[in-house]
Design a protein around this ligand. Structure first.
Ligand SMILES: Cc1cc2nc3c(=O)[nH]c(=O)nc-3n(C[C@H](O)[C@H](O)[C@H](O)COP(=O)(O)OP(=O)(O)OC[C@H]3O[C@@H](n4cnc5c(N)ncnc54)[C@H](O)[C@@H]3O)c2cc1C
Length: 184
């Protein structure tokens, strides 16, 4: 059983998975590589002068896999649960259970509504600065939370904030994922 299930493999979901896997969480990402990024050419992602969105996705997916997250190219049909666990049902019928759920479904979030989270076309799904929703241990990140203001770097930041929040909850203290270059 993974610790965290991420649904959606755009910058929001992949960023969350990167931070979680880097910090020894067992994380699985479900998605069909249909991110809106495949239509984008980024010139506003800090630190990268210009990159084709499809190239960004290819590099990000490889980075997240190398860090230890499992990327599964499958769609999720249903989510259910609360309390101790959430269960997702794939289109194949397989079920997977985890303690935390991060939803990064993009522009048309259907699964979030199955958990009772309301989606408003103008303001998205309500979530706090750490991407927590009104359902405990369910996070909503990226375009689903801010449909009219969706930017790749914001989705990635939302995903990172959700991951750091989960790590902090699990460790019972604030977590900083900071690295330094090797000493010469
Ligand atoms: C034409 C165009 C140009 C753009 N240009 C820029 C730009 O220059 N700069 C910029 O910052 N942004 C740009 N964007 C916006 C950018 O693509 C989005 O901000 C970004 O993709 C949002 O990331 P996300 O992770 O929130 O959602 P998405 O990237 O949309 O990812 C959501 C993913 O979840 C998957 N998914 C949904 N439901 C399920 C399910 N049930 N099971 C499994 N997977 C599921 C989807 O298939 C998709 O892969 C552009 C977008 C478009 C369309």
């Amino acid at each position: 059983m993974p610790d965290v299930i991420v649904i959606g493999d755009g910058p929001g979901g992949l960023s969350a998975a990167l931070f979680l896997a880097k910090n020894q969480q067992d994380v699985v990402v479900f998605g069909d590589d249909k991110s809106a990024m495949h239509y984008a050419c980024l010139r506003n992602y800090l630190g990268i002068a210009e990159i084709n969105g499809a190239d960004f996705q290819r590099i990000a997916r490889a980075q997240v896999s190398a860090m230890g997250a499992r990327l599964r190219e499958e769609r999720v049909r249903e989510v259910a649960g609360g309390g101790e666990h959430f269960t997702v049902t794939l289109e194949s019928g397989e079920q997977v259970t985890a303690k935390y759920l991060i939803l990064s479904e993009g522009k048309a979030p259907k699964l979030a509504t199955q958990l009772g989270l309301a989606f408003d076309e103008a303001s998205g799904i309500a979530a706090d600065r750490n991407a927590r929703t009104s359902v405990d241990r369910v996070y909503v990140v990226g375009r689903s939370a801010r449909p009219g203001r969706s930017q790749a770097i914001i989705s990635a930041g939302d995903g990172a904030a959700a991951a750091i929040d989960i790590l902090s909850r699990e460790q019972g203290k604030d977590v900083l994922d900071w690295d330094q270059p090797p000493k010469e």
